[in-house]
Design a protein around this ligand. Structure first.
Ligand SMILES: Nc1ncnc2c1ncn2[C@@H]1O[C@H](COP(=O)(O)OP(=O)(O)OP(=O)(O)O)[C@@H](O)[C@H]1O
Ligand SMILES: [Mg+2]
Length: 397
């Protein structure tokens, strides 16, 4: 079939041809933002899920829809190793400059830009990576204490007042939120809490690994009351079938029922894998409709492609000891696994493996669904680890 017309889009953050099975979440977001804009209480959405389930594309879609509804938005991705104030400041500046173009918001948006100048200047001592243009001189005493805990709430409040005056809402979309260090996350939660108490139209829509839920709870005990944690998971069968069938039909081609069912079974409905299989099934088929035999051939190339990209990029960031830990987990199956069982495979004491486990959690490779339990954050990673470190020799390496 024509490779030029292949509709599938495997890739981190690549918008899928059909965003299947997420209507309820999009609707929940729409309602929450509309309420916040009216000064009504609504919980912020923090979407949690494993790697490749479609958190980023969902967040981007929510952002596009909220902009179309008239919200001002800020889009951030928390990278490992950079501070929240550093990534927030330049993006917030853009949003405030846009707000200042709204006649009714102008005065308060300028005040918020002054707050931003004070914020950035005074926090520069602690967070050296802050780089932001100054449009106005700081106002003495406005968000310039030099403490994130105190200054971020004042800054967001100033921004919220501007948004309110402009008859809009300011929405922070933050991806990979689990990488924000706990003290900075705590300051962000305090700031959102303060704005909510004042009924200001400022909110957060976030996404992260499942560990995010515990992290926010540890950062602020009242976080549960402020946030909803909808789980983004694999697609149910009907949505997964749709994710495959609809894009193919939109190109004037077709796929046999049994062939699309086989894709759903092989991918377990995981969105990233659906895109990969869809792409390879299209490529494997001579002509429409796509048959089961095409999918069988596609499975081989799709897995090889995943091994070379989706799984590989994660694997390459691991130290040899980390690889052995994950390989030991893979020995036990998909998981979750007890720390004691993993230690047993490695013939080590549980306590001696604690630091390694923590390291893997902070790298976002594993998480702890319950005390003492460890699970992969990447779906089907156990099978990949078995492929890439086969046999028994890995124990000796
Ligand atoms: N609802 C969906 N239907 C079909 N395909 C989807 C859906 N959501 C995401 N995808 C596809 O899945 C892949 C992964 O999406 P995305 O990068 O948003 O996942 P993620 O959860 O952010 O992953 P990571 O945790 O690695 O950042 C992309 O190729 C995207 O096109
Ligand atoms: Mg993502």
């Amino acid at each position: 079939m024509d490779p030029v017309r292949n509709p599938f889009a495997p890739g981190a953050g690549s918008p899928p041809p059909e965003l299947a099975g997420r209507d309820a979440l999009l609707e929940a977001c729409r309602i929450a933002l509309a309420r916040i804009r009216l000064g009504r209480p609504a919980k912020s959405l923090l979407m949690v899920g494993l790697r490749g389930v479609g958190k980023t594309v969902l967040l981007d879609r929510m952002r596009i829809e909220s902009e179309a509804a008239g919200c001002e938005t800020v889009r951030l991705e928390a990278p490992e190793g950079r501070s929240l104030p550093a990534i927030l400041a330049p993006e917030l500046r853009v949003a405030l400059l846009k707000l200042s173009n709204r006649e009714r918001a102008k005065k308060l948006a300028r005040r918020a830009l002054r707050a931003l100048a004070g914020f950035a200047r005074s926090l520069k001592v602690k967070y050296e990576d802050i780089e932001v243009g100054f449009d106005f001189e700081p106002e003495a005493g406005l968000a310039d204490n030099g403490s994130l805990d105190q200054d971020l709430p004042v800054l967001l409040q100033a921004a919220g007042e501007a948004a309110k005056a402009g008859d809009t809402a300011l929405v922070l979309f933050i991806d990979e939120l689990q990488y924000v260090p706990e003290d900075q996350l705590a300051a962000l939660i305090t700031a959102l809490h303060r704005s909510a108490q004042r009924q200001l139209p400022v909110t957060l829509v976030g996404a992260g690994l499942p560990s995010l839920r515990g992290q926010t709870g540890r950062a602020k005990s009242y976080a549960e009351r402020l946030f909803e944690f909808p789980e983004v998971g694999p697609l149910d069968e009907a949505s997964a079938l749709l994710a495959i069938r609809k894009p193919i039909r939109a190109e004037g081609a077709d796929i046999e029922r049994a062939a699309s069912e086989r894709i759903v079974a092989e991918t377990r409905g995981y969105p990233y894998f659906l895109q990969e299989w869809g792409q390879h099934a299209w490529a494997a088929a001579e002509k429409s409709p796509i048959h089961v035999a095409d999918v069988k051939r596609a499975s081989i190339t799709a897995i090889a492609a995943l091994d070379a990209s989706f799984f590989r990029v994660r694997f390459d960031r691991l130290t040899p000891a980390e690889k052995r830990y994950l390989r030991a987990m893979a020995d036990l199956g998909p998981g979750p696994h007890r720390s004691g069982d993993i230690a047993e495979v490695l013939e080590r004491q549980v306590t001696s493996l604690g630091p390694l486990r923590s390291q893997l959690i902070s790298k976002g490779m594993i998480w702890s669904p319950a005390h003492g339990d460890t699970a992969f954050t990447v779906p089907l990673f156990d099978e990949f680890m078995q492929r890439v470190m086969p046999g028994k020799d890995w124990k000796k390496e």
